[in-house]
Design a protein around this ligand. Structure first.
Ligand SMILES: NC(=O)c1ccc[n+]([C@@H]2O[C@H](COP(=O)([O-])OP(=O)(O)OC[C@H]3O[C@@H](n4cnc5c(N)ncnc54)[C@H](O)[C@@H]3O)[C@@H](O)[C@H]2O)c1
Length: 238
């Protein structure tokens, strides 16, 4: 028996990078895992549902299909995200709307669609992939940081709203992770090797985070295991 035997999980953005590694890790630990992504194909061996998180009808249909395939839902990993570079003045309105639509409203759409199934679970949890950009000012990441700041605040608000339903809500904040995402960043850099070296030097442990399990990239932080005491307020019951 593994700790996750019998756990049913849906990972969004699970066709690549952090989501793919998460889906494989959950499956390796015994969970039954489905993946939602906009990519043409999903990971080998896992149920795959295709949807663009900007399309509410497609998201509802895909989540319903995944929940049916899994026979219910215990864990939702909201991991879809796209990047944006530039200072506050560098992106036009369309770009702002597109990134916020994917990174923030997309997460809302998937969560909304998944909540009925999560409410039926006896051990429900939502994990949002957030970012170091939510808590630290990084240069040239204004829009992306705003989107992940929203994800962080939304995580706390959802945690407060859903605790009475028995649904825990948390976020993971990666630093710079060596996924196809970073590959795309380097592709557009003037000097990819220098850019990679700068990204590695920005991390105190001197290398990019790996999406692989046991990446050894958690340091200098804390994980509160406190039933929500530190950061969640609930209304007193009358
Ligand atoms: N790579 C990093 O350095 C880094 C750092 C901090 C946080 N993150 C966050 O981690 C998450 C995953 O990033 P990654 O590095 O694995 O990226 P990635 O590009 O390798 O994977 C992202 C996945 O999301 C999917 N996706 C994108 N837009 C979508 C849409 N509209 N609908 C459905 N699926 C969509 C893509 O098809 C892809 O499979 C993102 O939320 C990102 O913001 C990444």
């Amino acid at each position: 028996m593994s700790g996750l035997d019998g756990t049913r999980a849906l990972v969004t953005g699970g066709a690549s990078g952090i989501g793919l590694a998460t889906a494989r890790r959950l499956a390796g630990d015994g969970a039954t895992v489905a993946v939602l992504d906009v990519a043409d194909t999903g990971p080998d061996g896992l149920p795959y549902v295709r949807a663009d998180v900007r399309d509410d009808a497609a998201v509802r249909a895909a989540v319903a299909e995944a929940v049916a395939a899994l026979g219910g839902l215990d864990v939702l990993v909201n991991n879809v995200g796209i990047g944006a570079q530039g200072r506050v003045e560098d992106n036009d309105d369309d770009t702002w709307h597109r990134v916020l639509d994917v990174n923030v409203v997309g997460l809302v759409r998937v969560t909304r669609a998944a909540l009925p199934a999560l409410r039926d679970s006896a051990r429900a949890a939502i994990v949002n992939t957030c970012s170091i950009a939510a808590t630290t000012g990084l240069p040239d990441r204004a829009l992306y940081s705003a989107s992940k700041g929203a994800v962080l605040s939304l995580t706390l608000a959802m945690a407060a709203d859903l605790v009475a339903d028995g649904i825990r809500v948390n976020a993971v904040n990666p630093g710079t992770v060596d996924t196809p995402w970073v590959g795309r960043l380097l592709d557009v850099a003037d000097d990819p090797a220098a850019e990679r070296a700068a990204l590695e030097a920005r991390q105190p442990h001197g290398r990019l985070v790996s999406a692989a399990p046991t990446a050894g990239s958690t340091t200098g932080t804390w994980l509160a295991v406190d039933g929500g005491m530190a950061r969640v307020r609930v209304r007193a019951k009358n």
